[in-house]
Write a protein that binds this ligand. Structure first.
Ligand SMILES: *Cc1c(COP(=O)(O)O)cnc(C)c1O
Length: 430
Protein backbone atom coordinates (compact mmCIF):
# COMPACT_ATOMS: atom_id res chain seq x y z
CA UNK A 1 0.00 0.00 0.00
CA UNK A 2 1.03 3.60 -0.56
CA UNK A 3 1.27 6.35 2.04
CA UNK A 4 0.15 9.95 1.38
CA UNK A 5 1.32 13.17 3.00
CA UNK A 6 -1.28 15.18 4.93
CA UNK A 7 0.01 18.28 3.14
CA UNK A 8 -0.69 16.72 -0.26
CA UNK A 9 2.41 18.05 -2.02
CA UNK A 10 4.94 15.23 -1.53
CA UNK A 11 4.34 12.26 -3.87
CA UNK A 12 2.84 9.02 -2.52
CA UNK A 13 5.46 6.49 -1.34
CA UNK A 14 5.45 2.85 -0.24
CA UNK A 15 4.45 2.36 3.41
CA UNK A 16 7.94 1.18 4.35
CA UNK A 17 9.46 4.25 2.69
CA UNK A 18 7.11 6.43 4.74
CA UNK A 19 8.18 4.60 7.89
CA UNK A 20 11.84 5.08 7.03
CA UNK A 21 11.32 8.79 6.27
CA UNK A 22 9.31 9.75 9.36
CA UNK A 23 8.18 13.18 8.18
CA UNK A 24 7.10 13.68 4.53
CA UNK A 25 9.37 16.03 2.51
CA UNK A 26 6.59 18.65 2.32
CA UNK A 27 6.51 18.80 6.14
CA UNK A 28 3.33 16.71 6.33
CA UNK A 29 2.66 13.44 8.13
CA UNK A 30 2.24 10.20 6.24
CA UNK A 31 -1.02 8.27 6.29
CA UNK A 32 -1.98 5.04 4.50
CA UNK A 33 -3.90 5.81 1.29
CA UNK A 34 -6.87 3.76 2.44
CA UNK A 35 -8.17 1.88 5.46
CA UNK A 36 -9.01 -1.78 5.06
CA UNK A 37 -12.01 -2.88 7.12
CA UNK A 38 -12.56 -6.02 9.14
CA UNK A 39 -15.37 -7.61 11.07
CA UNK A 40 -14.76 -9.36 14.41
CA UNK A 41 -15.30 -12.73 12.67
CA UNK A 42 -12.22 -12.11 10.51
CA UNK A 43 -10.11 -12.58 13.65
CA UNK A 44 -11.57 -15.99 14.55
CA UNK A 45 -8.92 -18.06 16.33
CA UNK A 46 -6.65 -15.08 17.01
CA UNK A 47 -6.01 -15.03 20.75
CA UNK A 48 -2.73 -13.25 21.30
CA UNK A 49 -1.78 -9.66 20.63
CA UNK A 50 0.73 -10.86 18.02
CA UNK A 51 -1.91 -12.89 16.14
CA UNK A 52 -4.30 -9.93 16.02
CA UNK A 53 -1.47 -7.61 14.95
CA UNK A 54 -0.42 -9.85 12.05
CA UNK A 55 -3.94 -9.93 10.62
CA UNK A 56 -4.75 -6.27 11.27
CA UNK A 57 -1.52 -4.92 9.78
CA UNK A 58 -1.07 -7.36 6.87
CA UNK A 59 -3.04 -5.26 4.30
CA UNK A 60 -0.76 -2.27 4.84
CA UNK A 61 2.37 -4.31 4.13
CA UNK A 62 1.00 -6.81 1.57
CA UNK A 63 3.11 -5.64 -1.39
CA UNK A 64 5.81 -3.98 0.68
CA UNK A 65 9.51 -4.62 1.27
CA UNK A 66 8.61 -5.33 4.91
CA UNK A 67 5.81 -7.76 4.01
CA UNK A 68 7.78 -10.98 4.37
CA UNK A 69 9.13 -9.95 7.74
CA UNK A 70 5.85 -8.67 9.18
CA UNK A 71 5.00 -11.81 11.14
CA UNK A 72 8.42 -11.93 12.78
CA UNK A 73 8.24 -8.20 13.58
CA UNK A 74 4.82 -8.73 15.20
CA UNK A 75 6.02 -11.74 17.20
CA UNK A 76 8.79 -9.60 18.64
CA UNK A 77 6.97 -6.28 19.18
CA UNK A 78 3.72 -7.83 20.45
CA UNK A 79 5.22 -10.55 22.64
CA UNK A 80 3.42 -9.18 25.71
CA UNK A 81 -0.40 -9.32 25.47
CA UNK A 82 -1.67 -6.46 27.68
CA UNK A 83 -4.03 -7.47 30.49
CA UNK A 84 -7.58 -6.12 30.29
CA UNK A 85 -9.06 -6.38 33.76
CA UNK A 86 -11.82 -5.01 35.91
CA UNK A 87 -11.10 -1.85 37.84
CA UNK A 88 -13.30 -1.54 40.90
CA UNK A 89 -16.63 -3.31 41.20
CA UNK A 90 -18.73 -2.06 38.27
CA UNK A 91 -18.27 -2.21 34.50
CA UNK A 92 -15.03 -0.24 34.51
CA UNK A 93 -11.89 -1.85 33.15
CA UNK A 94 -8.27 -0.97 32.84
CA UNK A 95 -6.02 -1.93 29.92
CA UNK A 96 -2.44 -2.23 31.18
CA UNK A 97 -0.08 -1.27 28.40
CA UNK A 98 3.00 -1.03 30.65
CA UNK A 99 4.44 -4.53 30.76
CA UNK A 100 7.26 -3.89 28.24
CA UNK A 101 10.97 -3.14 28.87
CA UNK A 102 10.51 0.53 29.87
CA UNK A 103 7.09 0.11 31.53
CA UNK A 104 5.10 2.43 29.26
CA UNK A 105 2.84 1.83 26.24
CA UNK A 106 5.40 3.36 23.89
CA UNK A 107 7.41 0.13 24.04
CA UNK A 108 4.94 -1.43 21.58
CA UNK A 109 5.29 1.21 18.89
CA UNK A 110 9.03 1.63 19.36
CA UNK A 111 9.72 -2.11 19.06
CA UNK A 112 7.56 -2.37 15.93
CA UNK A 113 9.30 0.61 14.35
CA UNK A 114 12.74 -0.82 15.17
CA UNK A 115 11.67 -4.13 13.61
CA UNK A 116 10.51 -2.37 10.42
CA UNK A 117 13.67 -0.28 10.04
CA UNK A 118 15.82 -3.34 10.74
CA UNK A 119 14.01 -5.19 7.93
CA UNK A 120 14.78 -2.53 5.31
CA UNK A 121 17.97 -2.39 3.26
CA UNK A 122 20.38 0.30 4.50
CA UNK A 123 23.61 1.86 3.32
CA UNK A 124 27.02 1.55 4.94
CA UNK A 125 26.56 4.62 7.11
CA UNK A 126 24.50 3.93 10.24
CA UNK A 127 21.03 5.44 10.39
CA UNK A 128 20.64 7.98 13.19
CA UNK A 129 17.26 7.94 14.86
CA UNK A 130 16.53 11.40 16.31
CA UNK A 131 13.78 11.51 18.85
CA UNK A 132 12.28 14.23 21.05
CA UNK A 133 10.78 13.02 24.28
CA UNK A 134 8.74 14.38 27.15
CA UNK A 135 9.86 11.34 29.11
CA UNK A 136 8.70 7.94 27.93
CA UNK A 137 9.29 7.96 24.16
CA UNK A 138 13.02 8.33 24.48
CA UNK A 139 13.42 5.38 26.80
CA UNK A 140 11.20 3.15 24.67
CA UNK A 141 13.11 4.07 21.50
CA UNK A 142 16.46 3.69 23.28
CA UNK A 143 15.48 0.21 24.48
CA UNK A 144 14.16 -0.81 21.03
CA UNK A 145 17.37 0.19 19.18
CA UNK A 146 19.98 -0.40 21.88
CA UNK A 147 22.90 -2.34 20.35
CA UNK A 148 20.97 -2.87 17.12
CA UNK A 149 23.66 -2.97 14.40
CA UNK A 150 23.44 -0.20 11.80
CA UNK A 151 21.62 2.24 14.10
CA UNK A 152 22.45 5.16 16.35
CA UNK A 153 19.93 6.97 18.53
CA UNK A 154 19.93 10.62 19.68
CA UNK A 155 17.38 11.31 22.41
CA UNK A 156 16.45 14.97 23.09
CA UNK A 157 14.61 15.77 26.29
CA UNK A 158 13.70 19.03 28.08
CA UNK A 159 16.21 19.51 30.88
CA UNK A 160 14.50 19.54 34.28
CA UNK A 161 11.07 18.73 32.85
CA UNK A 162 11.23 14.95 33.15
CA UNK A 163 11.26 13.08 36.44
CA UNK A 164 14.68 12.13 37.90
CA UNK A 165 13.90 8.47 37.32
CA UNK A 166 12.93 9.16 33.69
CA UNK A 167 16.11 11.20 33.19
CA UNK A 168 18.17 8.34 34.58
CA UNK A 169 16.49 5.90 32.23
CA UNK A 170 17.11 8.12 29.20
CA UNK A 171 20.82 8.36 29.89
CA UNK A 172 21.52 4.79 30.95
CA UNK A 173 21.80 3.00 27.59
CA UNK A 174 25.23 4.02 26.36
CA UNK A 175 26.74 2.27 23.32
CA UNK A 176 24.82 3.47 20.24
CA UNK A 177 22.23 5.48 22.24
CA UNK A 178 23.02 9.06 23.35
CA UNK A 179 20.88 11.37 25.49
CA UNK A 180 20.84 15.18 25.15
CA UNK A 181 19.25 17.42 27.76
CA UNK A 182 17.94 20.47 25.95
CA UNK A 183 17.67 23.93 27.46
CA UNK A 184 13.99 24.31 26.53
CA UNK A 185 10.54 22.67 26.60
CA UNK A 186 9.36 19.47 24.94
CA UNK A 187 7.89 21.54 22.12
CA UNK A 188 11.36 23.08 21.59
CA UNK A 189 12.87 19.57 21.42
CA UNK A 190 10.23 18.57 18.92
CA UNK A 191 10.91 21.62 16.78
CA UNK A 192 14.65 20.85 16.80
CA UNK A 193 14.02 17.30 15.64
CA UNK A 194 11.61 18.45 12.95
CA UNK A 195 14.09 21.02 11.65
CA UNK A 196 16.83 18.40 11.33
CA UNK A 197 14.48 15.91 9.66
CA UNK A 198 13.19 18.45 7.15
CA UNK A 199 16.73 19.51 6.15
CA UNK A 200 17.32 17.44 3.00
CA UNK A 201 20.89 18.65 2.57
CA UNK A 202 21.84 17.63 6.10
CA UNK A 203 20.13 14.26 5.69
CA UNK A 204 22.28 13.49 2.65
CA UNK A 205 25.27 14.05 4.92
CA UNK A 206 23.96 12.24 8.01
CA UNK A 207 21.22 9.69 7.25
CA UNK A 208 18.39 10.34 9.72
CA UNK A 209 15.35 8.44 10.82
CA UNK A 210 12.46 9.51 12.98
CA UNK A 211 10.92 7.63 15.88
CA UNK A 212 8.49 10.19 17.27
CA UNK A 213 4.80 9.47 17.33
CA UNK A 214 4.77 11.28 13.96
CA UNK A 215 6.26 8.08 12.51
CA UNK A 216 3.74 5.82 10.84
CA UNK A 217 5.83 2.92 12.14
CA UNK A 218 4.65 3.73 15.66
CA UNK A 219 1.11 4.80 14.89
CA UNK A 220 0.01 1.67 13.00
CA UNK A 221 1.10 -0.92 15.61
CA UNK A 222 -0.66 1.02 18.37
CA UNK A 223 -3.99 0.09 16.78
CA UNK A 224 -3.25 -3.53 17.66
CA UNK A 225 -3.93 -3.42 21.39
CA UNK A 226 -7.22 -1.60 20.86
CA UNK A 227 -8.18 -4.23 18.30
CA UNK A 228 -7.14 -7.04 20.63
CA UNK A 229 -8.84 -5.69 23.77
CA UNK A 230 -12.09 -4.88 21.96
CA UNK A 231 -12.16 -8.31 20.25
CA UNK A 232 -11.58 -10.21 23.49
CA UNK A 233 -14.33 -8.20 25.14
CA UNK A 234 -16.67 -8.71 22.18
CA UNK A 235 -16.21 -12.47 22.29
CA UNK A 236 -16.93 -12.63 25.99
CA UNK A 237 -19.71 -10.07 26.38
CA UNK A 238 -20.96 -9.33 22.83
CA UNK A 239 -20.73 -5.60 23.51
CA UNK A 240 -18.50 -2.84 22.25
CA UNK A 241 -15.88 -1.42 24.55
CA UNK A 242 -15.62 2.33 25.18
CA UNK A 243 -12.16 3.82 25.73
CA UNK A 244 -10.71 6.74 27.67
CA UNK A 245 -7.18 7.39 26.42
CA UNK A 246 -4.59 9.56 28.25
CA UNK A 247 -3.50 11.99 25.55
CA UNK A 248 -0.58 14.28 24.81
CA UNK A 249 0.69 14.18 21.25
CA UNK A 250 -2.44 12.22 20.26
CA UNK A 251 -0.65 9.17 18.81
CA UNK A 252 -2.30 6.69 21.16
CA UNK A 253 -5.77 8.25 20.94
CA UNK A 254 -5.58 8.46 17.14
CA UNK A 255 -4.65 4.77 16.98
CA UNK A 256 -7.87 3.98 18.86
CA UNK A 257 -9.90 6.07 16.39
CA UNK A 258 -8.24 4.27 13.48
CA UNK A 259 -8.88 0.82 14.95
CA UNK A 260 -12.58 1.71 15.21
CA UNK A 261 -12.54 2.99 11.64
CA UNK A 262 -11.18 -0.41 10.57
CA UNK A 263 -14.30 -2.08 11.95
CA UNK A 264 -13.18 -3.20 15.40
CA UNK A 265 -15.94 -3.33 18.06
CA UNK A 266 -15.02 -0.04 19.75
CA UNK A 267 -17.75 2.33 20.99
CA UNK A 268 -17.09 5.80 22.31
CA UNK A 269 -13.59 7.25 22.49
CA UNK A 270 -12.74 10.00 24.97
CA UNK A 271 -9.36 11.70 25.14
CA UNK A 272 -8.12 12.54 28.63
CA UNK A 273 -5.75 15.51 28.70
CA UNK A 274 -3.95 17.13 31.61
CA UNK A 275 -4.01 20.93 32.05
CA UNK A 276 -2.78 21.24 28.45
CA UNK A 277 -6.35 21.61 27.24
CA UNK A 278 -5.91 22.40 23.53
CA UNK A 279 -7.89 19.28 22.51
CA UNK A 280 -10.65 19.58 25.15
CA UNK A 281 -11.10 23.23 24.07
CA UNK A 282 -11.44 22.21 20.43
CA UNK A 283 -13.84 19.33 21.08
CA UNK A 284 -15.96 21.62 23.29
CA UNK A 285 -16.54 23.77 20.19
CA UNK A 286 -13.64 26.23 20.33
CA UNK A 287 -11.01 26.86 17.68
CA UNK A 288 -7.92 24.68 17.55
CA UNK A 289 -5.34 26.95 19.20
CA UNK A 290 -2.02 25.20 19.85
CA UNK A 291 0.18 27.02 22.32
CA UNK A 292 3.20 26.50 24.55
CA UNK A 293 3.04 23.47 26.84
CA UNK A 294 2.33 23.70 30.57
CA UNK A 295 4.29 21.50 33.01
CA UNK A 296 2.01 19.09 34.92
CA UNK A 297 2.24 15.93 37.05
CA UNK A 298 1.38 13.85 33.97
CA UNK A 299 4.49 15.10 32.21
CA UNK A 300 4.48 12.69 29.25
CA UNK A 301 1.29 14.49 28.21
CA UNK A 302 2.70 18.04 28.49
CA UNK A 303 2.08 18.90 24.86
CA UNK A 304 0.72 22.26 23.76
CA UNK A 305 0.66 21.47 20.04
CA UNK A 306 -0.31 17.81 19.51
CA UNK A 307 1.32 16.75 16.26
CA UNK A 308 -1.16 14.07 15.33
CA UNK A 309 -4.06 16.53 15.22
CA UNK A 310 -2.98 17.20 11.64
CA UNK A 311 -3.68 13.56 10.80
CA UNK A 312 -7.09 13.66 12.45
CA UNK A 313 -8.00 16.83 10.55
CA UNK A 314 -6.81 15.32 7.30
CA UNK A 315 -9.03 12.29 7.84
CA UNK A 316 -12.02 14.34 8.99
CA UNK A 317 -11.68 17.83 7.47
CA UNK A 318 -15.06 19.00 8.76
CA UNK A 319 -14.73 20.21 12.38
CA UNK A 320 -18.34 19.36 13.16
CA UNK A 321 -17.89 15.83 11.86
CA UNK A 322 -14.72 15.43 13.86
CA UNK A 323 -16.41 16.58 17.06
CA UNK A 324 -19.12 13.98 16.52
CA UNK A 325 -16.50 11.20 16.45
CA UNK A 326 -14.80 11.72 19.76
CA UNK A 327 -14.57 14.01 22.72
CA UNK A 328 -11.92 15.22 25.15
CA UNK A 329 -11.73 16.31 28.75
CA UNK A 330 -9.01 18.03 30.80
CA UNK A 331 -7.80 17.09 34.29
CA UNK A 332 -5.81 19.48 36.51
CA UNK A 333 -2.97 18.51 38.86
CA UNK A 334 -5.09 18.70 42.03
CA UNK A 335 -7.55 16.24 40.50
CA UNK A 336 -4.73 13.94 39.36
CA UNK A 337 -3.51 13.80 42.96
CA UNK A 338 -7.00 13.22 44.36
CA UNK A 339 -7.62 10.42 41.83
CA UNK A 340 -4.38 8.64 42.74
CA UNK A 341 -5.29 8.81 46.44
CA UNK A 342 -8.86 7.64 45.76
CA UNK A 343 -7.78 4.63 43.64
CA UNK A 344 -5.38 3.61 46.39
CA UNK A 345 -7.79 4.06 49.29
CA UNK A 346 -10.85 2.50 47.69
CA UNK A 347 -9.29 -0.19 45.51
CA UNK A 348 -5.75 -0.65 46.70
CA UNK A 349 -4.54 0.23 43.19
CA UNK A 350 -1.45 2.38 42.60
CA UNK A 351 -1.87 4.25 39.30
CA UNK A 352 0.46 6.60 37.42
CA UNK A 353 -0.49 10.29 36.93
CA UNK A 354 -1.32 9.73 33.21
CA UNK A 355 -3.57 6.80 33.98
CA UNK A 356 -5.16 8.93 36.71
CA UNK A 357 -6.32 11.42 34.04
CA UNK A 358 -8.16 8.63 32.22
CA UNK A 359 -9.58 7.14 35.42
CA UNK A 360 -10.92 10.52 36.48
CA UNK A 361 -12.43 11.33 33.08
CA UNK A 362 -14.18 7.96 33.22
CA UNK A 363 -15.53 8.79 36.70
CA UNK A 364 -16.88 12.06 35.31
CA UNK A 365 -18.58 10.16 32.48
CA UNK A 366 -20.16 7.74 34.91
CA UNK A 367 -21.34 10.62 37.11
CA UNK A 368 -22.97 12.12 34.00
CA UNK A 369 -24.82 8.84 33.38
CA UNK A 370 -22.60 6.95 30.91
CA UNK A 371 -23.55 3.29 30.67
CA UNK A 372 -21.85 0.29 29.08
CA UNK A 373 -18.37 -1.14 29.50
CA UNK A 374 -15.57 1.40 29.66
CA UNK A 375 -11.79 1.07 29.78
CA UNK A 376 -9.36 3.55 31.24
CA UNK A 377 -6.16 2.99 29.31
CA UNK A 378 -3.19 2.64 31.67
CA UNK A 379 -0.20 4.02 29.82
CA UNK A 380 2.62 3.63 32.36
CA UNK A 381 3.58 1.73 35.51
CA UNK A 382 3.26 3.91 38.64
CA UNK A 383 6.83 3.05 39.67
CA UNK A 384 8.06 5.33 36.86
CA UNK A 385 6.73 8.33 38.83
CA UNK A 386 7.67 7.69 42.48
CA UNK A 387 8.07 11.42 43.27
CA UNK A 388 4.37 11.93 42.55
CA UNK A 389 2.76 8.65 43.53
CA UNK A 390 4.63 7.47 46.62
CA UNK A 391 3.93 10.48 48.89
CA UNK A 392 0.24 10.26 47.93
CA UNK A 393 -0.18 6.60 48.78
CA UNK A 394 2.29 6.67 51.67
CA UNK A 395 4.44 3.80 50.57
CA UNK A 396 7.10 2.70 48.10
CA UNK A 397 6.06 1.03 44.85
CA UNK A 398 8.02 -2.06 43.83
CA UNK A 399 9.85 -1.65 40.52
CA UNK A 400 9.12 -4.05 37.68
CA UNK A 401 12.32 -6.12 37.13
CA UNK A 402 13.23 -4.66 33.72
CA UNK A 403 12.99 -1.14 35.09
CA UNK A 404 15.01 -2.05 38.19
CA UNK A 405 17.82 -3.44 36.02
CA UNK A 406 17.89 -0.29 33.92
CA UNK A 407 18.09 2.00 36.94
CA UNK A 408 21.11 0.16 38.27
CA UNK A 409 23.16 1.18 35.24
CA UNK A 410 25.10 4.49 35.28
CA UNK A 411 23.51 7.37 33.38
CA UNK A 412 24.87 10.24 31.31
CA UNK A 413 23.29 13.04 29.27
CA UNK A 414 25.01 15.81 27.29
CA UNK A 415 23.78 19.44 27.50
CA UNK A 416 22.39 20.92 24.27
CA UNK A 417 21.27 24.50 23.54
CA UNK A 418 17.89 25.06 21.87
CA UNK A 419 19.62 25.60 18.54
CA UNK A 420 19.30 23.61 15.30
CA UNK A 421 22.89 24.22 14.25
CA UNK A 422 24.21 22.91 17.60
CA UNK A 423 22.17 19.74 17.12
CA UNK A 424 23.42 19.24 13.55
CA UNK A 425 26.99 19.65 14.80
CA UNK A 426 26.54 17.00 17.46
CA UNK A 427 24.96 14.59 15.01
CA UNK A 428 27.77 15.11 12.50
CA UNK A 429 30.48 14.31 15.00
CA UNK A 430 29.91 11.34 17.16
C1 LIG B 1 3.37 9.41 25.74
C2 LIG B 1 2.50 9.14 26.87
C3 LIG B 1 1.16 9.54 26.87
C4 LIG B 1 0.58 10.35 25.73
O1 LIG B 1 0.48 9.60 24.54
P1 LIG B 1 0.34 10.34 23.13
O2 LIG B 1 0.39 9.29 22.12
O3 LIG B 1 1.48 11.31 23.03
O4 LIG B 1 -0.97 11.06 23.17
C5 LIG B 1 0.37 9.20 27.94
N1 LIG B 1 0.86 8.52 28.98
C6 LIG B 1 2.14 8.11 29.03
C7 LIG B 1 2.62 7.37 30.23
C8 LIG B 1 3.00 8.41 27.99
O5 LIG B 1 4.26 8.01 28.04
Amino acid sequence: MKALSTRGIAPPVAISQAIAAGLAPDGGLYMPEHWPTFSPADFAGDETLAAVGKRLLAPFFADDAIGERLDAICDDAFAVTPPLRRFGTGDDFVLELFHGPTAAFKDYGAAFLAGCLGALPRGEVPLTIVVATSGDTGAAVGAAFHRKPGFRVAILYPDGRVSPRQAHQLGCFGDNVRAFRVDGSFDDCQRLVKSALSDAEFRSEVPLGSANSISLGRLLPQMTYYAHASLMHWRKHATTLNFVVPTGNLGNGLACVLARRMGLPIGEIVLASNANAVLPDFFAGGDYTPGPSIATLANAMDVGAPNNFERLQWLYPDAGGLRALLSADAVDDATIRATIVDAWQRQGEAICPHTACAVHVLQRRRAAGASGDWVAVSTAHPAKFPEVVEPLIGQAIALPPALAAMLERPSHAQALADDGEALRDLLRHG
